[in-house]
Design a protein around this ligand. Sequence first.
Ligand code: CU
Length: 145
Amino acid sequence: MKLLAAYLFLLLAAWVPAAEAAPPAITVTDAWVRAIPGSGVAAAYFTVRNTGTQPATIVGIRSAVAASAMIHETTMAGTQSTMRPHEQLALAPGQAVHLSPGGMHVMLMDLRQPLNPGDTVALLLLLDGGTSVTVSARVRPLGEQ
Ligand SMILES: [Cu+2]
């Protein structure tokens, strides 16, 4: 009888619709890619803003032009600049993060094709909760900010 009650409880619990959290509202502006001629890597920059009321986290990045892509952070150790992976980028409601040269960037690694100024590169930002945002980034020549 106890088991039956537990079973019924589970059955009922399954019927109650889970409280659906609002999908994260992420907007991306000023997306661009810095081409490094003759290099197998490139860096992408943008401003990402959480316009929703729930925290959102970017848990991964994909791009068809690169075998892999990840968020990096450039830090200075003395006079040496080093990059380290920044695996997740958490955004509080209303928070904006600027990825810009010398700071955070998306590293596009093992490029599958040369990136030329004027090209458009699609980036897919994977968010926690399984949603994603597509970003279109324009390739700028090296030296242009
Ligand atoms: Cu990097």
